[in-house]
Ligand binder design. Structure first.
Ligand code: ZN
Length: 114
């Protein structure tokens, strides 16, 4: 999903993923979970449509999910505190990077992954 191309639909809710800051795929890219070469082959979904990851975004710019309602026993409230803290740091850092990227207008491939 680049700014110029439309038509990437969320695999969960079926609606268009319009903004880079809504893209779970780009978040995964910044988390090093997906390689740039296959980015365009993967289905996208909204960050909020993937609550399992979204629950770890802790930022004033991101409305927190009600993780217990959404995820039940998989909510971070029930997970190991140390693990949750690590994931929050990791995923929130990637999310902040994504926001910065969206503001800067830099193409995602030109942006250092680290
Ligand atoms: Zn969605």
């Amino acid at each position: 999903m680049a700014k110029c191309d439309k038509g990437y639909l969320c695999k969960v809710c079926g609606k268009a993923v319009d903004e880079i800051t809504e893209s779970d795929l780009y978040l995964r890219y910044l988390l090093h979970e997906i390689k740039a070469e296959v980015l365009h082959l993967e289905p996208d979904c909204h960050i909020r449509c993937n609550p399992e990851r979204a629950q770890y975004i802790v930022d004033s710019g991101f409305e927190p999910l009600n993780d217990v309602n959404t995820l039940g026993p998989f909510a971070k409230s029930f997970l190991d505190v140390g693990y949750v803290a690590e994931e929050e740091t990791r995923v929130t850092a990637a999310w902040l990077k994504l926001k910065k990227l969206a503001d800067s207008g830099i193409a995602i491939f030109d942006y250092p992954q680290t």
